[in-house]
Design a protein around this ligand. Structure first.
Ligand code: FMN
Length: 316
């Protein structure tokens, strides 16, 4: 049975499915729906101020009494304040994205908070395990948002080989087949972002959700490599402009200025051409908007079927 993984006991969840923290979109509505459905919801604090995070934690607790996580972005100007809030507020689990949270892990262990850094390399996974991470989320370059360079297929088994703590696979997973593949690679569970955007509970603008439904396998592009912060988004006028400027060797300051405020413009206000539409390569597989509970139920059911059908391929 797929729900009998150690990771489920460790995180206090029923199914090994995590909704990845997403800036703007990981709000109490989505987070509580995922946790209530037996997965682990994650508040995406992005670069939001501490008061916003406090309010989201309060609302999430009003909607669920199950565990949930908070994702902190290492680039956030409010990182220190947000971290203090999470320690004072005794949240269950903190996920870290966009950098190396090594310096904070020991203190969080002391406070009894579990930590799940997102990594895109074996070296960082090893280092963070040594410093006390409870779970490692290995995120491949297929994923939506900030990305590394290695694919999920190549990264997950190498991270699973390198660390003893449970590994979660992220990037390019949206159904039961992807889940079984991740388990076969040595992960104990999956983290998904793009699939959960196309849920009824996600607060994303309907035009952005529709754009994911219409995407194909080659609809996304990575921009920002020259700034040191590569990001995967659906292609649009903004990504074309960004790519042109990068090719022309535009200074980092000009590129950063162009990117400012674009995520909310795209995902919340639904500006499909001038906004940033962060989404992963798996967008091409997503063809419907469903309640979170149905998404999780369908993935678990399909994963069980896939396991059985793989056994069926054997002769005799
Ligand atoms: C719109 C969007 C915003 C995201 N914001 C964050 C973030 O703030 N912090 C983070 O660690 N990861 C962020 N991610 C990555 C997700 O948490 C997740 O790991 C990723 O979406 C998994 O890949 P998938 O999109 O192929 O499922 C974001 C992804 C998307 C699509």
């Amino acid at each position: 049975m797929l729900n009998k993984f150690g990771i489920c006991d460790l995180l206090g969840i029923e199914y090994p499915i995590i909704q990845g923290g997403m800036a703007w979109l990981g709000t109490a509505e989505l987070v509580s729906a995922v946790s209530n459905a037996g997965g682990l919801g994650t508040i995406g604090s992005g670069d939001a101020p501490t008061e916003w995070l406090r309010q989201q934690i309060r609302e999430t607790r009003e909607r669920t009494d199950r565990p949930f996580a908070v994702n902190l972005m290492m680039m956030s100007p409010y990182l220190a304040e947000n971290l203090n809030l999470l320690i004072e507020d005794k949240v269950d689990i903190i996920a870290f994205g966009g950098g190396n949270p090594g310096q904070y892990l020991a203190a969080l262990k002391e406070s009894g908070i579990k930590t799940m850094p997102v990594v895109s390399s074996v070296a960082l996974a090893r280092r963070l395990e040594r410093l006390g991470a409870d779970v490692i989320i290995a995120e491949g370059q297929e994923s939506g948002g900030h990305v590394g360079e290695t694919s999920t297929m190549a990264l997950v088994p190498q991270v699973a080989e390198a660390v003893k703590v449970p590994v979660i696979a992220a990037g390019g997973i949206a159904d039961g087949r992807g889940m079984v593949a991740a388990l076969a690679l040595g992960a104990q569970g999956v983290q998904m972002g793009t699939r959960f955007i196309c849920s009824e509970e996600c607060v994303a603008h309907p035009r952005f959700k529709q754009q994911i439904l219409e995407a194909g396998d080659r609809s996304t592009v990575v921009t920002g490599v020259s700034t040191g912060h590569p990001v995967r988004c659906l292609q649009n006028k903004l990504t074309y402009r960004f790519t042109e400027l990068e090719k022309a060797g535009a200074p980092i300051g000009e590129l950063e200025e162009l990117g400012r405020g674009r995520l909310s413009l795209g995902v919340m206000q639904g500006d499909l051409e001038q906004g940033s539409l962060m989404a992963g390569q798996i967008a091409g597989l997503i063809k419907d908007i469903k309640p979170v509970k149905t998404i999780i139920r369908d993935i678990m059911a399909e994963a069980e079927q896939v396991m059985a059908s793989i056994n069926g391929y054997r002769k005799g």
